[in-house]
Design a protein around this ligand. Structure first.
Ligand SMILES: [Zn+2]
Length: 241
């Protein structure tokens, strides 16, 4: 029976290689995807900062315009002050002048603060743009690398699949059907060894009677627990494997 299983074992080995390569193929673009996500996040952050910069510049211009208008009003009031006759009117205009001066001083301070914020933000944007451009270069390099690796993997997989078809043709139909049915359910390991009465697929004990039959090697058996196709390996042989 072991002879009959040889072809199936060869098939399983090839299928496991294909399986591993397919996993590599799935894993391959993960870093690229992470970089793409990072680029998108950075771009969104930059867009937000640029919008904030526009707002700050707008705010600064508004303050400057207000300041200009209020200075005109201040001049007018100051000129009026020298022509005023009554004390009461003088007090009123004087207060108005003081109010304008105070408000303008506040405006000037706010303009300065805004200018500082603008400068800081411009520097931050500049450095973030530099980082983004570096990140994009990294992403492009990774993209090329991924394309290369994916091509290589596809080539290997395709050649193994051809080999697989040849090997599958050598396996008895009923065995092959059983194998194909269990392949994905058992993570690619359908044919398992049994050593010292334990199935290597599920690590459960095989009933002693079945184990004796396995040792006689007269027909194909399946593990009562995991349904894998099993064959006995003498303990020494198993230790080497
Ligand atoms: Zn088992």
């Amino acid at each position: 029976m072991r002879i009959e299983l040889e072809s199936l074992l060869n098939l399983q080995e090839t299928d496991l290689k294909i399986r591993k390569l397919l996993e590599e193929k799935t894993e391959c673009p993960k870093r690229l995807e992470a970089l793409q996500e990072q680029v998108e996040e950075e771009e969104a952050g930059l867009k937000e900062m640029t919008e904030r910069l526009t707002q700050l510049n707008k705010h600064k211009i508004e303050l400057e315009d207000e300041l200009e208008l209020e200075n005109v009003r201040l001049n007018k009031s100051q000129q009026r002050l020298s022509t005023i006759k009554t004390d009461r009117e003088y007090q009123a205009v004087f207060k108005e002048i003081e109010d304008i001066k105070r408000a303008n001083k506040e405006r000037e301070e706010e303009i300065l603060v805004t200018m500082e914020q603008i400068q800081e933000l411009e520097e931050e944007i500049k450095s973030r743009k530099k980082e983004l451009s570096q990140l994009k270069k990294e992403m492009e390099a990774e993209r090329k690398q991924v394309e290369k690796v994916e091509k290589e993997l596809a080539k290997k997989i395709s050649s193994l699949e051809k080999e697989r078809d040849k090997l599958a043709a050598k396996v008895k139909k009923d065995l092959l059907r059983k194998y194909d049915f269990l392949k994905d359910k058992r993570q690619g390991i359908v044919v398992a060894t049994v050593t010292a009465g334990v199935c290597s697929g599920c690590h459960m004990n095989i009933p002693p009677q079945l184990f004796n039959e396995l040792l006689r090697d007269e027909k194909i058996h399946v593990c009562p627990t995991c349904q894998r196709i099993i064959y006995a390996v003498k303990e020494k042989e198993g230790a080497e494997a």
